[in-house]
Design a protein around this ligand. Structure first.
Ligand code: HEM
Length: 258
């Protein structure tokens, strides 16, 4: 075994196909950065799967370490946007037509991440019809318990009373914030400093996700202004709507009472 074989390098390095003719220099950057994001999304899904099992197994240290890792990946994703911001709007315009209707909007791994984190929106499934990649993955994720459902297992094992309707909820819907869960989290924040470390690691990750949304919308604004998106949305105005959307709403809601 050698380095190239182990990493499947010849295949990996043959996957970048700029479409501009004559070639536009920055199209390679655009492709490489999106492919890199998809690899990090893949890793995050892998890590979140382990975090879910660790939460249900009551593994405090494992889940803290897991959230610290995905938080750090999130920070890297945010920082990587700096590289794309070295591309001018004119440069992007020179090859934007080559994207046709393709858009980050159709990143099925990003949607998987949203579903795994509890933000399930069955209406996004229309972007993944049976003949397109991502269909099977989205269907599977739609029916799976989310990180938040596994977090309920964790809280229950620490003596928290989780309302029955949450334990028996329809998994194909988004998790909703719940006042009783918030009371329990607040109590644990006060009584259990060890658990507070996990809660803060979750908030760190969540803040990273919101940072990504902010940096992405600013990147979009400086690159295409108020143009509509290649995916067909109104662009910046559409993206602004989800700017402050938390993943772990209960953990944010208790802060005003601390
Ligand atoms: C010049 C760079 C970029 C531009 C102009 C841009 C533009 C946009 C626009 C306008 C949308 C809204 C949907 C649409 O109508 O297309 C969008 C969504 C999205 N973009 Fe980008 N984007 C850029 C870079 C990136 C990068 C590097 C990623 C990393 C994977 C990314 C991931 C996404 C995702 C996941 C969405 C869906 C967001 C959601 O639905 O909340 N974009 N992008």
């Amino acid at each position: 075994m050698n380095y190239s074989e182990y990493l499947n390098l010849p295949k990996l390095l043959a996957l970048q196909h700029p479409r501009s003719a004559p070639p536009e220099h920055d199209e390679m950057l655009f492709i490489v950065i999106h492919q890199t994001y998809e690899l990090w999304f893949k890793l995050m899904l892998h890590e979140l799967e382990r975090i879910r099992s660790e939460l249900s197994a009551g593994d405090l240290y494992g889940s803290i370490a897991g959230f610290q890792r995905v938080r750090t990946v999130m920070k890297t994703l945010v920082a990587q946007l700096d590289i794309l911001e070295t591309m001018t709007p004119m440069s992007f315009t020179s090859f934007r037509d080559r994207l046709d209707t393709s858009s980050g909007f159709q990143s099925y791994q990003y949607r998987e991440l949203e579903f795994v984190l509890g933000y399930k929106r069955p209406e996004v499934l229309k972007y993944y019809p049976p003949d397109l990649p991502g269909h099977a993955e989205m269907q599977k994720r739609l029916r799976e318990p989310t990180v938040i459902d596994h977090f309920y297992d964790f809280l229950a094992a620490q003596g928290a009373k989780i309302p029955d309707e949450l334990r028996r909820r329809d998994l194909t819907h988004a998790n909703q914030p719940n006042p009783q869960v918030q009371d329990e989290i607040l109590r644990l924040y006060h009584d259990r400093p060890d658990l507070a470390i996990l809660f803060e690691a979750m908030i760190d990750f969540d803040e990273g996700l919101q940072e990504w949304r902010y940096r992405h919308v600013k990147l979009v604004e400086r690159t295409i202004g108020s143009k509509t998106g290649t995916g067909g949305s109104p662009g910046v105005d559409f993206l602004k709507k989800s700017l402050f959307l938390p993943a772990f709403a209960d953990l944010w809601a208790v802060r005003v009472r601390m």
